[in-house]
Design a protein around this ligand. Structure first.
Ligand code: SF4
Length: 222
């Protein structure tokens, strides 16, 4: 336990596998809602585990909940979330078909960037979500998600537009965070191009699923 009373080391020496006992997303969400492993627990109204189907082929990962998410307990429901919904509709991805979550599950005060120790405390939840869902594509929204998940400190401008990984058996695409696009509309064209790439992969994966073909056929050539 650290000096503020948070059990940052509760996941022990093997944080990637510390939640192997959790067997469903619902069970994991219960663990997240009662979590007190980092200081972000203190000011949250609600933790925001994420939402979407247990077998989503694509998982979108943002930075952390904002004020609206903190109030509702749901991811991507504020202004940036509404814009994200519009973009999903535009490229033809049903929000009900994808899983959406964040690097940290509790709101950083004032929407500041999550600190490395907060991300480290929370990432085991994300790793377990990915293991349970087993998506074929991860989409990292923004440089913070790229830094903590892909462990690549380059800017989004450098990382976007091409597939990375695989990471936990999923190919990884980095693009801008919808909130960043709202702040700087010059990024919108590239964001839409990246989302079109994701939509193409999503449709291919859904076709494969409906044809009962093997998901591992998905590759960098998509
Ligand atoms: S941000 Fe993550 S590690 Fe920190 S209290 Fe919330 S759920 Fe726990």
């Amino acid at each position: 336990m650290d000096s503020t009373g948070h059990q940052l080391s509760l996941f022990g020496d093997d944080p990637e596998n510390a939640l192997a006992f959790v067997q469903s997303l619902d069970e994991l969400a219960r663990e997240i809602r009662r979590c007190n492993r980092c200081p972000l627990a203190e000011e949250r109204i609600r933790a925001v585990p994420g939402e979407g189907p247990e077998d989503a082929p694509v998982v979108f990962i943002g930075e952390g909940p904002g004020a609206d998410e903190d109030r509702t307990g749901r991811p991507f429901v504020g202004r940036a979330g509404r814009y994200f919904d519009e973009v999903l509709a535009k490229v033809g991805i049903p929000r009900s078909g994808i899983y959406i979550t964040n690097v940290v599950k509790c709101r950083p005060p004032g929407n500041r960037v999550p600190r490395p120790e907060e991300a480290a405390a929370c990432l085991p939840f994300l790793w377990r979500q990915i293991e349970l869902i087993r998506p074929k594509v991860l989409v990292l929204l923004g440089g913070v998600a790229a830094r903590y998940v892909l462990k690549d400190g380059r800017g989004v401008g450098e990382l976007r537009g091409t597939w990375h990984g695989p990471l936990k058996e999923a190919y990884v695409l980095v693009t801008y965070h919808p909130a960043g696009v709202l702040r700087d509309r010059r990024k919108e064209e590239e964001f839409l191009a990246d989302m079109a790439l994701v939509a193409r992969a999503y449709r291919k994966l859904m076709r494969q699923r409906s044809q009962n073909s093997r998901p591992k056929e998905f590759g960098k050539g998509v």
